[in-house]
Design a binder for this molecule. Sequence first.
Ligand SMILES: [Zn+2]
Length: 392
Amino acid sequence: MISYISASYIYTLTGDPLKDGVIGVDSDGFIEEVMTAGEAKAKNIAVLTHYKGLMVPGFINTHCHLELSHLKGKISKHTGLQGFVQQVMQQRQADGGMISAAMHAGDQEMLENGIVAVGDISNQLVSKGVKSDSKLYYHTFVEAMGFNPDRAADIIRAAVKLKDDFAPLRASVVPHAPYSVSETLFKELLAEAEQAGGLLSIHNQETPDENLFFQKKEGSFLKLYEFLGLNIDFFEAAGKSSLLTYLSRLSPSLNTLLVHNTFSDEEDLDFAADNHPHLYWCLCPNANLYIENTLPDVAMFIRKGLKMTLGTDSLGSNDQLSIAAEMFTLQEHKTVPFELLLQWATINGAEFLGIEDRFGSLAPGKRPGINILEFSGDGPSLRITGSVEKIY
Ligand SMILES: [Zn+2]
């Protein structure tokens, strides 16, 4: 049974927005037909419901840590990354029932906020049950982490085992961050990634001290290693930014997500674009405001025409898991045309995850989820309020 619904504007992501457009959808949310207002009128289509709002595809959250959901409201804001990491390490242990309940609530919150697919970082197997039962699509990124090169073989073995334990859910082994992965571990990760043919994701340039560490072996990371009890005498600064130092250690043939990019500069972006054809740049604005109280140079990313996606990060560094809220924050603090912002929130993330045949646009044959966004203004001044109603 097909229902015909319409909205003030339909953003299909495959063409221009359709003013008062009409969409035919079955009871399971599969899209049968997309029509302009004129086409629907000519066909005498009876519209069941007209929504006053913007009809858009389900959102793709390319960066989350579902297993940290129980840290909601527990981590102090604006401590910088080093303070954040220490707080998470001190507080991530909790009662198993509490962790599980928080993950279920996080998953449900994403569903209600119109998210349909998630790239989710995992260090443990605890989220497998929630993900298996979820209505959302998950790709799990099993994070490998270890700055001591002697431990690389053990770390990769444990990570591959964890990835296998997530089966049949889709999972890939990925590096945590440039400052937490030794060169030896990067080599092991490269071999695993090229053999498995999966996806890659890495936290990138989230704090100014990450660059400082690679440029001069100075800054707050020295304190972090001390806190971790790690001797880093072996490490020599390469004299260039974090991204310039490690990018060549990643496979250029795999879809790769660089997460945060808060302190990436023009040289980083140009070098990355020249040396890696499958990069996606994920922004997590609310988490950046939470931890570092700053945002990336969004205008520079737009100018460079890079493939951008959005992520919520975890409830340890965000008050909610909502891509609409991330869009709203970027719109409030930066200048991003709505249609571009919507690409970041939908089709780009679907492409990165390799699920664009099902998600990311409102096109016949897809079951992408359908959301209605409240808005004001029109043309270049069109703005969303951040509220989202999931209708499919
Ligand atoms: Zn993260």
